[in-house]
Design a protein around this ligand. Sequence first.
Ligand SMILES: Cc1cc2nc3c(=O)[nH]c(=O)nc-3n(C[C@H](O)[C@H](O)[C@H](O)COP(=O)(O)OP(=O)(O)OC[C@H]3O[C@@H](n4cnc5c(N)ncnc54)[C@H](O)[C@@H]3O)c2cc1C
Length: 490
Amino acid sequence: MNEYDVLIAGSGVAGLYAALNFAPEVRVLVLSKRELTLCNSFLAQGGIAAVVDKTNDDYRLHIADTLIAGGYKNDLRSLEILVNEGPEDVLRLGKEMGVNFDRDEAQHISMTLEGGHSRRRILHHKDSTGREITQKLLSAAQSKPNIDFLENTYLASLTPADGGFWAGLLMNGEHRYLSCSYCILCTGGIGRVYPYTTNSAIATGDGITLAYELGARIKNLHLVQFHPTAFAAKHGRERFLISEAVRGEGAVLLNCKGERFMQGYDERGELAPRDVVSRCIIKESIRTGSEDFYLDITHRGEEFIRQRFPMIYERCLEEGVDITRDRIPVFPCQHYLMGGIDVNVYGDTTVDRLYAAGECSHTGVHGLNRLASNSLLEALVFARRCTYDISRRMRHEDSGVTATQPPAPSGKRVLAQGHRTAIRRIMQRAWFVTPDYQAVQEGLAEATAIIEKLKGDDYTLTPDYIEAKSIATVCTLLLNEVVEKNNLSK
Ligand SMILES: Cc1cc2nc3c(=O)[nH]c(=O)nc-3n(C[C@H](O)[C@H](O)[C@H](O)COP(=O)(O)OP(=O)(O)OC[C@H]3O[C@@H](n4cnc5c(N)ncnc54)[C@H](O)[C@@H]3O)c2cc1C
């Protein structure tokens, strides 16, 4: 018998919600490569979009807004599932997991507006919605006897065997295998493939790389979202996000001369979708010859700002900016991945018994560009659907890994520094807000040489090696997609 029925790689919203949806007799192991709360889910600020107020909103409007943001390239079936089923999952968070969504004076859930949404439909917990949801899901999952957790443990490999997988785990420098009947990859995004990102340090595309190595179909990695208003810090890789909700509550975007400019490019102004705002900033930057941009919300007054955006207020203050009086310096950076491991409407990949949910997966709901606050929703809905499909299969399929355990990794060489920096430089030059196709071709050749070296040389399995291989793999797959889609020569 396998040690676990289901192995879930990832303790963000997707991984935790999948774990919680299994029946008590299903043995589940949740892995987190660093501490349990270090993930993008924990960082989500603005909220989660759902049509829960049917007097002022309608499923069709949410679908229409998502289609507009996604350039009508969304998968309509997945999108309908997202919008129709999502409200029940979101309300479950409040009713069953104790998530404390903000309420108005009449105790109705209060909804905010974000760029691209035609209605106020974003449920939120102040400006730290992700932290609230993740913490509550984590406590609920930790209280379940059938769910085990392993922290600081990397899923390093997956080897298919009859009726499941051998999963290679790396924990405190020790390697071991364990067996499982099904695996759900919930490993999050790829932000660390870029030099500047809003993503947490875990976002190195490990799940996408593992799935690719197993032969799974990977789709639309080139669909990367750049957030227009990350705090323009002078140091560090991780850029603190100034949530869309700040513009939703009336903040205006200013150029280096303190002038509003968005209306000149797009009639939706500051509330245009993210890709549009990011592109407008880059165009304005070229026009003015300056990368200095600001968000100004000071006109909303100190009391409102501190009450509505306490985390952003505190975080900016740490950087020396008092947002009740000062303009906030902002600039676009990598934020989200629309593509990923291709899955069907049950999160099933093209590899038997391998599922994926959350940011590492590609359900097609976002089309070319994600509408704000749709990704937590996607993580919930499709994680639950993975659980449903696996539970259904478990009732009539044999499980049990019969093949012999694979040999332990035996590499001898320690990986030198520098590979990640090289990849990040390639990505920023080739595939930032406005692409550079010559840099794509040159970058692909360089990245291919790096990945061949990483795979060919006899390296010891370390966290550094796993992540360097992941970001190099993601970079190569992404650039290769661009080359093929645009008929560029390699
Ligand atoms: C700053 C910021 C603000 C955001 N705001 C919003 C918002 O307001 N609304 C919204 O809808 N979306 C928002 N998003 C996007 C959203 O937060 C993410 O898309 C979503 O949380 C992803 O959840 P996830 O469970 O897929 O991944 P994550 O929450 O990132 O979790 C990934 C997990 O995988 C684990 N992992 C990775 N690799 C391995 C490995 N090799 N072995 C073991 N474990 C591994 C990590 O340790 C982690 O536990 C925001 C994102 C950021 C960065």
